[in-house]
Design a protein around this ligand. Structure first.
Ligand SMILES: [Zn+2]
Ligand SMILES: [Zn+2]
Length: 182
């Protein structure tokens, strides 16, 4: 991981602003998120979080995660913004995904972008890695941070296990990561 500065940071903040616009469409009742995927200065996919197909009868935002059996693999309520952006890019620009960069933002209750904590969503980290997205961008308190997607996936599975700043992948330590709402 590395923190951006100068023109690189400025450009990244423009894409975070785009992701913020996309997030305004989110209908999840837990949190509103947005994501854009960029290849060579072009947005090749975007997404926000909401129930599958935006079907109200599939909405699970108010359900407690403790109400599901432990075998239920994904206890989050909505389709994640990053999942949507990846599926959008697969539909519209499948040949441009390899080597691309994904930006993610979560909104505060007042609709402004919020700073992210450490990565933990193993659903999205696996999916991003599998389709060949090269980098994953989060906006932390310390600034705009770029992760190699392999590193991002490893860190997501390590969430809560190691020190906050650990970047050492630990193979085979697959803990249940806390599933916050996405
Ligand atoms: Zn939801
Ligand atoms: Zn996710």
């Amino acid at each position: 991981m590395r923190y951006l500065s100068g023109d690189e940071e400025k450009k990244a903040l423009e894409y975070i602003a785009k992701a913020t616009e996309v997030a305004q469409n989110a209908t999840c009742e837990r949190s509103k998120c947005g994501s854009v995927i960029v290849q060579l200065d072009e947005i090749i996919g975007s997404g926000f979080n909401s129930p599958p197909q935006d079907l109200e009868d599939q909405r699970r935002c108010s359900y407690s995660k403790d109400s599901y059996h432990k075998k239920v693999t994904d206890k989050t309520c909505c389709v994640h913004a990053e999942q949507r952006a990846i599926m959008d890019a697969l539909r519209r620009n499948p040949n441009k995904l390899s080597g691309s960069r994904l930006y993610f933002i979560r909104l505060n209750d007042n609709g402004t972008p919020s700073r992210s904590g450490e990565p933990y969503c193993t659903i999205c980290s696996k999916m991003a890695l599998d389709v060949g997205i090269a980098e994953f961008v989060l906006w932390h308190d310390q600034g705009v941070c770029v992760y190699d997607t392999k590193e991002y996936n490893a860190l997501s599975f390590q969430y809560g296990l190691n020190g906050e700043n650990s970047t050492v992948p630990s193979v085979g330590r697959l803990a249940d990561s806390p599933h916050n709402s996405d």
